[in-house]
Design a protein around this ligand. Structure first.
Ligand SMILES: [Mg+2]
Length: 95
């Protein structure tokens, strides 16, 4: 059995990671409570950016957002390791 997972905003907290990068790049200090109150997946409105401006910023920072040290959600790693162990045990039973 093989398992597949979405990673962004499922196992890793990518939006919040991007929010911190936006704060840094835009020399802002928007609080995390603003991020947590966002009603949309997009984060640009927290920085008073239009959808177009937000899209351009995300695109320009894409490598830094996706390929830097983004935190996992609490228990994500442990849950994956537990699933791997369970699949491994099941494979032993059925092989
Ligand atoms: Mg995702």
């Amino acid at each position: 059995m093989k398992l597949g997972f979405d990673i962004d905003d499922t196992l890793i907290n990518l939006r919040e990671h991007a929010f911190h990068i936006y704060n840094q790049k835009l020399q802002q200090n928007i609080g995390l409570e603003v991020f947590q109150a966002l009603p949309t997946m997009e984060i640009h409105s927290a920085f008073a950016l239009s959808k177009e401006q937000g899209g351009k910023l995300w695109h320009s920072l894409r490598d830094e957002i996706y390929y830097s040290d983004c935190a996992t959600f609490p228990h994500a790693r442990e849950a994956l390791l537990q699933l791997v162990e369970q699949v491994s045990e099941n494979n032993k039973v059925f092989s």
